[in-house]
Design a protein around this ligand. Structure first.
Ligand SMILES: [Zn+2]
Ligand SMILES: [Zn+2]
Length: 252
């Protein structure tokens, strides 16, 4: 039982870190800079961490920039205001995500630019043989260590980890919690210490200060990802004071 629990928690933490640190704060917002080498490292890190549910960074960035520009209006790709349940919201999000991820359409030009791109990795990660292979690796681990078949019910969570984190953030962060700022949207801060999604659930703070790498705003709020980023900045992996290559276009 212990290896399974450690594996589940480790996968959860690494996957949400990849999403909030690399896809969101770096890819979509350019809140900090890093060298080309480290960018490639975190690109691969995100593939390993998210596995079969790896989200293509450029598609994530375009969708997320639209979310900020149209937050909680009809053009928001994932506002809970327009869906009666979380599955419907995510289905709508998936259609828009796929269009960008498979390069079937492009966003408005103001949302383009300044996104990490590695086309070979994107295309490899989208092949079903790769996705199924990575998913099977999780099943092998469960076959080796799960004490009973009930534990296999956790496997779909591993397979869909990226979208599950997105669903939690997009649904709860615009529906449940408290507000520090009177933003145009209905964003909320769901938890004062966001240990579930490493800071992503400070949606109200983040919509107010879209370029601030620290999602916590008040004395009692703690953003775990930002604490990791301070360490990465101190050891020279990232530069929190670097001149951003591009700001969030919607806010430029
Ligand atoms: Zn954002
Ligand atoms: Zn939001």
């Amino acid at each position: 039982m212990i290896p399974i629990l450690v594996f589940f928690v480790a996968h959860w933490v690494l996957s949400i870190f990849a999403q909030t640190f690399f896809l969101h704060r770096y890819g979509a917002h350019r809140m900090f800079t890093m060298s080309r080498g480290w960018e490639r490292f975190f690109y691969i890190f995100s593939v390993v961490a998210q596995g079969p549910s790896f989200l293509v960074p450029r598609a994530y960035a375009f969708l997320h920039r639209e979310h900020h520009a149209f937050a909680d209006s009809e053009r928001d790709p994932h506002s809970p205001l327009y869906h009666s349940n979380v599955a419907g919201m995510m289905w709508n999000t998936k259609a828009k995500y796929d269009a960008y991820a498979y390069r079937r359409s492009e966003p408005e030009t103001r949302f383009l630019g300044g996104v990490p791109e590695w086309r070979t990795i994107d295309e490899l990660s989208q092949r079903w043989v790769v996705r199924i292979g990575l998913g099977a690796l999780y099943a092998v681990f469960y076959l080796a260590f799960a004490p009973s078949l009930w534990w296999f019910l956790l496997l779909p969570v591993h397979w869909l980890m990226g979208p599950i984190h997105g669903a939690i953030v997009n649904w709860c962060g615009h529906k449940y919690g408290y507000r520090n700022f009177d933003t145009r949207d209905v964003s909320k801060n769901t938890l004062p210490i966001d240990f579930i999604t490493m800071g992503e659930l400070f949606q109200n703070n983040h919509h107010q200060h879209g370029a601030d790498p620290n999602f916590a705003a008040r004395w009692f709020e703690i953003d775990p990802c930002f604490q990791v980023m301070r360490v990465l900045d101190a050891v020279g992996v990232i530069d929190l004071d670097g001149v951003p290559a591009a700001r969030l276009p919607a806010e430029a």
